[in-house]
Design a protein around this ligand. Structure first.
Ligand SMILES: [Zn+2]
Length: 236
């Protein structure tokens, strides 16, 4: 009987723990990091991306320029962040670990310092439901994109602050005086969401700069938009 070829194991740090992710998954994570970096979302080597990896996760390393990164540089971590194999994970590994523990629907986590969303986070200001695309973040857009309470970068306090802001149903939040974090059922979904949060932040800041008050969408209008978006309204 013919057997299905098993996916190539990812080429990251050699260790004895079986890795459910494929080489293609690891390559896609590096490529997504490079694309976001080229788009200006990761200034000064900031930001980090990860994929759920069995009971742990695969994450971008600490302090390496994205342009020079390869799949071999990715770091495998267990559920609580313990490194499996070798390498030094991003300093925000606690943020990723906490989201994977709290949200079974999270298969990918993307954290960026994209300029407009980060500017708004510095005012500790949420993005209200000014445009129907806010529904991409979940909960039919009712909460807009919130801003998590401030905590120092790299700490468990920041991780817990993000988890509280995301709750059970949101897929993106600003991090006060810091940036953005988004989760997705796929890496592409999480990347698309951080891009949309940046769009929304730019639109909201443009209104504020022009001293024009936006008219916020009502819950009924948001619910209708979420229904119309169909697949887009589902977890990405
Ligand atoms: Zn950061």
């Amino acid at each position: 009987m013919a057997t299905q070829p098993s996916p190539s194991p990812c080429s990251t740090s050699s260790c004895a723990v079986p890795c459910p992710l494929s080489r293609a998954d690891a390559a896609a994570l590096v490529e997504a990091a490079r694309v976001l970096d080229a788009a200006g979302f990761m200034p000064q080597k900031s930001g980090n991306l990860s994929l759920r990896d069995g009971d742990g996760f695969l994450i971008t390393p600490s302090g390496l320029p994205y342009a020079a990164m390869t799949a071999d540089d990715l770091v495998r971590c267990g559920r609580d962040g313990a490194v499996r194999g070798s390498g030094r994970p991003s300093s925000e590994w606690r943020l990723h670990a906490a989201i994977y523990r709290a949200r079974p629907d999270a298969m990918a986590v993307v954290h960026t310092h994209s300029p407009m969303a980060t500017a708004l986070s510095c005012a500790r200001h949420p993005i209200p439901p000014i445009h129907y695309m806010v529904t991409l973040a979940g909960e039919s857009g009712r909460r807009g994109i919130p801003c998590a309470a401030h905590a120092t970068f790299g700490t468990e306090a920041l991780a817990q602050s993000a988890v509280v802001a995301l709750g059970a149903g949101l897929r993106a939040t600003l991090l006060a005086n810091h940036g953005v974090v988004a989760l997705g059922a796929t890496l592409a979904g999480a990347v698309a969401l951080v891009r949309e949060v940046e769009n929304l932040a730019a639109q909201y800041l443009a209104l504020r700069a022009a001293r024009i008050d936006p008219v916020l969408l009502s819950e009924a209008e948001l619910a209708e938009a979420a229904a119309m978006l169909g697949d887009y309204g589902r977890p990405v």
